[in-house]
Design a protein around this ligand. Structure first.
Ligand SMILES: Cc1ncc(COP(=O)(O)O)c(C=O)c1O
Length: 377
């Protein structure tokens, strides 16, 4: 049973000394332990010069902790640099037949559509976009678009735009009826919402560290269920995708166990230091606790924004959304910049300002930021 009281101790987050951080959909404030971990890589270089044993251990530590977070085996997780890398790697490893297609939702992050369309240019594999209504997708939309020709179905767990949270088990059941592989982009959910890839029936999942996982950019995890990854020959791989990279064997390929064959070259070691510490912190606080607390803040944000007469672009039911609440504004980028000057860090996307609290935020933070936003409007 987890005993950390929420909101967590703010003095543990140096960024909060001079900022009200409400931008976890883009970048969270890192806890002191993440900053210390980045320092320890720096001192490893300064004091030890070269420390491969320790560096590889940090990468393995990060992999193990991510596996714990999503409830899979560590060998089912590869380490790459971005969600774009991870999705490209998956698409490039698939063999498409003449009638196959890819289904992507209209609420996916743009890189998912762009990479699918690049695959279309190269291999003539059609891309079907599953439509949204007010940035929400319903069961019928999935039922009508996923067919026996859908080799790959791509969905975000939580929308980057308005925090809409999807029922992954429902989507997975539909995909399975058609033998379609389910790819989940969990960048906006990992760390804020519990994920159990086996119980949710997820075949492939990816997430970076910069958002609700409280880490930094430049490192991303790719989970592929081992029964699937062992059937795949990755087009993007490298010496760290081999069972023994240090054999330095130029003339044969001996892939590493299951999804580790999707590793490429030397891993992002400095980023792995930060990732391991960030995952440690999140697991310590407990994702169930985090979700419960963020649901409370999410409901408060909607109610307070509406009480100020603002138009909310997110679902109103807190069970249907994550922590991010999107508010329609004109000139979102200008408003983000104006609020930043006053110490409020929020995030603009197209026509909305996103308020994305984490466990160090209080209702007062949200109240103050929304009051200032109202004045600016
Ligand atoms: C849901 C989601 N997927 C993907 C990305 C992009 O990830 P990357 O830059 O690692 O490719 C983002 C970035 O904001 C995102 O929110």
């Amino acid at each position: 049973m987890n005993t950390i009281k929420l909101p967590v101790e703010r003095s543990n987050f140096p960024t909060l000394n001079n900022k009200i951080m409400l931008s976890s959909c883009s970048q969270s404030a890192p806890p002191q332990s993440v900053i210390d971990a980045m320092d320890s890589y720096k001192y490893s270089l300064i004091d030890e010069g070269m420390e491969w044993g320790n560096w590889v251990e940090r990468v393995e530590g990060a992999r193990n902790k991510f596996a714990e977070l999503i409830h899979c085996e560590p060998e089912e997780v590869a380490i790459l640099s971005s969600v774009s890398d991870a999705y490209s790697s998956v698409v490039n490893s698939l063999n498409f037949n003449e009638e196959d297609e890819i289904c992507v939702t209209e609420i996916d992050f743009p890189c998912i559509g762009q990479i699918s369309l690049s695959n279309k240019l190269r291999h003539d594999v059609p891309v079907t976009f599953i439509p949204h209504t007010n940035h929400v997708i319903n069961r019928e939309d999935y039922e009508s678009k996923i067919t026996d020709h859908t080799k790959l179905t791509c969905v975000p767990h939580i929308s980057y735009y308005n925090g809409f949270k999807q029922d992954l088990k429902m989507i997975s059941d539909i995909a399975k009826q058609h033998d379609s592989l389910l790819f989940v982009d969990a960048y906006q959910s990992a760390g804020s919402v519990p994920i159990n890839v086996k119980e949710m029936g997820i075949d492939i999942l990816t997430a970076g560290l910069q958002k609700y996982l409280m880490g930094i950019p430049g490192i991303t995890f790719l989970y592929i269920n081992k029964e699937i990854s062992e059937q795949l020959v990755p087009a993007t791989t490298g010496w760290f995708g081999q069972s023994n990279p240090f054999a330095f064997d130029l003339k044969s390929t001996g892939f590493a166990e299951s999804t580790q064959r999707f590793n490429t070259g030397t891993p992002p070691i400095a980023n792995a230091y930060a990732a391991e510490a960030a995952l440690d912190y999140i697991l310590d606080v407990g994702v169930e606790n985090i979700e419960k607390y963020l649901q409370e803040l999410s409901k408060f944000t909607i109610d307070y924004a509406e009480s100020l007469g603002m138009e909310v672009a997110s679902p109103k039911d807190s069970n249907q959304k994550g922590s991010t609440t999107a508010i329609y504004v004109e000139n979102a980028d200008e408003i983000e910049t104006a609020l930043k000057k006053e110490g409020y860090v929020v995030s603009a996307r197209r026509d909305v300002i996103r308020i994305a609290p984490h466990v160090y935020n209080t209702k007062e933070d949200i109240e103050q930021a929304l009051d200032r936003l109202k004045e600016l409007l």
